[in-house]
Ligand binder design. Structure first.
Ligand code: NAD
Ligand code: UDX
Length: 459
């Protein structure tokens, strides 16, 4: 019989790894194991070269790895040995068959459910950590509880709210932890077990409990609201560019209204990341599935606005550079979907680089963490048109333009005077994150195009 203080997490990705490292750190009396079918990932988790870049993650992992945190590929043994099982496998948008392009692809999820049943011979608590469509827990329960082994499973939902780049900070000081369960006696008992784990470092008021369906829907809703704020301010950035209003000024004025709040009002080249688009499309699918087509259309417009923002950025580049970039060298500063991560999933840089290549530009990509992922995404076939270098000065050398696509701190501190000497003239900077001092750059001699502010041109 496995001890009640044994935790397994299936899926050693951006969520499973950091989350379990924090749970192990805060609960030294629990044994925490993280398993994955991807052996390379597990090997990396067992080394000092972790499979994901996340500030301070290595420090946390080093404190607990080999003590009460273990990484392994043995999923069967992990299931057998653990009483509490978090499932944090990927749930991407389905790209085939019914619901393609909108619905969540639950194949990894369902495989996991079947594997848990196959390898279990006693009652267990199963927790959805992955982001899932509403009522997925019901499907999980159906697979698990209609068994001939005489064992039962409580299925709970405990969605993760961490953001990449700040995962450790978010896990250490979460705004809230949400735990949903069935309102049965056994459901409530299982919920208490999970509350106990988090309450070793999260205050009681910040641990919200709820029913499973509300919890599942809350996660999709939180991401949809966050993304909606970005699309809203980005839509205003387009108006600013036509009217000489300044989107940062507008955001500041709007955000000081305490009912609105200041966060997530930074106009940008567009939102990326593995969650926002996927989760909104999932919400759109759910809405339409329940016959709520207006609701689906409303949320889909958030994604469409994001695509429009990415497209507008490239069109602005073309327009500013005399409607042709064929043969011009363009330095892309940042390929990650945001700063402090090497993750490029749904990064606006992907669309932007591909479109620049269609326009026959020569693209050179620099990024402190994402170059390997960029190479995989863009593939070998584009080798003659794309190059990569870690040094931004080298990337800008001989370039006609620089496009800032990720808000890495280092790009704010470069010697742009020296860079200008090495560039083709007229030199252009397209600041897709509004992180640079545009007036200073203009004074140096650059032509500068920010987001949601008038371009500064020397001609
Ligand atoms: P990921 O792709 O980085 O990791 C998922 C891991 O699961 C992969 O390593 C994969 O090999 C493994 N896996 C798949 N099937 C498996 C199986 N049958 N057995 C063992 N391992 C298996 O994904 P992620 O970014 O960590 O996201 C996981 C979930 O968390 C998703 O549902 C996502 O929506 C959600 N989420 C992600 C974030 C984020 O910032 N990335 C934040 C909150 C929630
Ligand atoms: C998001 C949610 O924030 C997190 O709670 C959830 O658990 C997972 O999805 P993440 O995608 O990691 O996290 O990063 P986030 O900080 O939300 O940024 C997403 C995208 O929006 C990035 O491309 C970022 O650059 C962009 N963004 C964010 C803006 O363009 N403007 C803003 O004001 C904020």
């Amino acid at each position: 019989m496995s001890s009640k203080k044994t935790i397994l997490c299936i899926g050693a990705g951006y969520v499973g790894g950091p989350t379990m490292a924090m749970i192990a750190l805060k609960n030294p009396d629990y044994k925490v194991t993280v398993v994955d079918i991807n052996a390379d990932r597990i090997n990396a988790w067992n080394s000092d070269n972790l499979p994901i870049y996340e500030p301070n993650l290595l420090d946390v992992v080093k404190k607990v790895r080999g003590k009460n945190l273990f990484f392994s590929t043995d999923v069967t043994l992990g299931i057998k040995d653990s009483y509490i099982i978090f499932v944090s496998v990927n749930t991407p948008t389905k790209n085939f068959g019914h619901g393609a392009g909108y619905a969540a692809d639950l194949q990894f999820w369902e495989k996991t459910a079947r594997q848990i049943l196959h390898s279990s011979d006693e009652n267990k608590i199963i927790i959805e950590k992955s982001t899932l469509p509403v009522r997925t827990a019901e499907a999980m329960e159906s697979i698990l509880n209609f068994n001939e082994k005489g064992i039962s499973f409580d299925v709970l939902s405990n969605p993760e709210f961490l953001a990449e780049g700040t995962a450790i900070k978010d896990l250490e000081n979460p705004d809230r932890v949400l735990i949903g369960s069935r309102e049965t006696e056994s459901g409530r008992r299982a919920r208490e077990e999970i509350v106990k784990i988090y309450s070793s470092w999260v205050s009681e008021e910040q641990i919200l409990t709820s029913n499973v369906w509300s919890t599942e829907l809350s996660k999709l809703t939180a991401n949809a609201f966050l993304a909606q704020r970005i699309s809203s301010i980005n839509s205003i950035s387009a108006i600013c560019e036509k009217t000489e209003a300044d989107v940062d000024e507008v955001a500041r004025a709007v955000g000081t209204d305490s009912r609105i709040g200041a966060k997530f009002l930074k106009a940008s080249v567009g939102f990326g990341g593995s969650c926002f688009k996927k989760d909104i499309l999932n919400l759109v699918y759910l809405s339409r599935h329940y016959g709520l087509s207006e609701v689906g259309d409303y949320w889909e417009s958030v994604v469409k606005m994001n695509e429009y923002q990415e497209k507008r950025f490239v069109l602005n580049m073309l327009k500013e550079m005399f409607n042709t970039i064929s043969g011009k060298r363009i330095a892309i500063f940042g390929f990650a979907f945001k700063a402090d991560t090497g993750d490029i999933r749904e990064s606006p840089a992907i669309y932007i680089v591909k479109t620049l290549l269609e326009e026959m530009a020569n693209v050179v990509i620099t990024d402190p963490q994402a170059i390997n992922n960029a190479k995989i995404e863009l593939g070998e076939t584009l080798d003659d048109k794309v190059s990569y270098c870690t040094d931004p000065y080298e990337a800008a050398n001989n370039a006609h333009a620089i496009a800032i696509l990720t808000e890495w701190d280092i790009y704010k501190k470069l010697d742009y005077k020296a860079i200008l000497q090495t560039m083709q003239k007229p030199a252009f900077i397209f600041d897709g994150r509004n992180i640079l001092n545009h007036k200073e750059l203009f004074k140096l001699g650059y032509n500068v195009t920010p987001i949601g502010k008038p371009s500064l041109r020397h001609f």
